[in-house]
Design a protein around this ligand. Structure first.
Ligand code: HEM
Length: 142
């Protein structure tokens, strides 16, 4: 890979703000429609507008685009922010089902899509806070 290529962010590789926008819309569209996602849809407010907006800002920054999340929200502390929701393997799988479908629909570049899939799978694994997250291994339970 040349130095010039190395400087291209994932945000640019996938097509910038337009594609982040489409990705998040497609993701929550699936969450709204897929029977497998009923449980995680119910964790969200009826109006998905506000959370769509936050996820767009988060993913823009996370993929190396403009910093639209942290100036407003501070450090993401995403796992902490999800602690109020019971996320186990089933919830992770439902989230990933929606995200993978959305990635296939909206990210044309296959390599970029695969890299995003791998990174988001790790994040979703890490977000689990019910039995089964190796992150919690060794945590003393009363
Ligand atoms: C693994 C399963 C996951 C479940 C069940 C889940 C569920 C949720 C729920 C219920 C909310 C709150 C929505 C609201 O306020 O109405 C939320 C917020 C959010 N989630 Fe997730 N989530 C998951 C994984 C992820 C992952 C992997 C990411 C990162 C790409 C992510 C990014 C976010 C962001 C950025 C917010 C907004 C947080 C804020 O207010 O700053 N989530 N999620």
């Amino acid at each position: 890979m040349s130095e010039v290529e190395a400087e291209i962010s994932m945000f640019e590789r996938i097509g910038g703000a337009v594609v982040v926008d489409r990705l998040v819309e497609a993701f929550y569209g699936r969450m709204d429609a897929l029977p497998e996602a009923t449980t995680i849809r119910a964790m969200h407010a009826p109006d998905l507008g506000p959370v769509k907006n936050v996820l767009k800002r988060y993913l823009t920054e996370w993929t190396g685009g403009p910093k639209l999340y942290s100036p407003e929200k501070g450090h993401p502390r995403l796992r902490q922010r999800h602690m109020g929701f019971a996320i186990g393997n089933a919830e992770r799988d439902a989230w990933l089902l929606c995200m993978r479908g959305a990635l296939e629909e909206t990210v044309a570049d296959g390599n970029a899509r695969q890299e995003l899939d791998m990174a988001l799978t790790k994040l979703a694994d890490w977000m689990r806070n019910q039995a089964g997250n190796p992150h919690d291994a060794g945590t003393a339970r009363p």
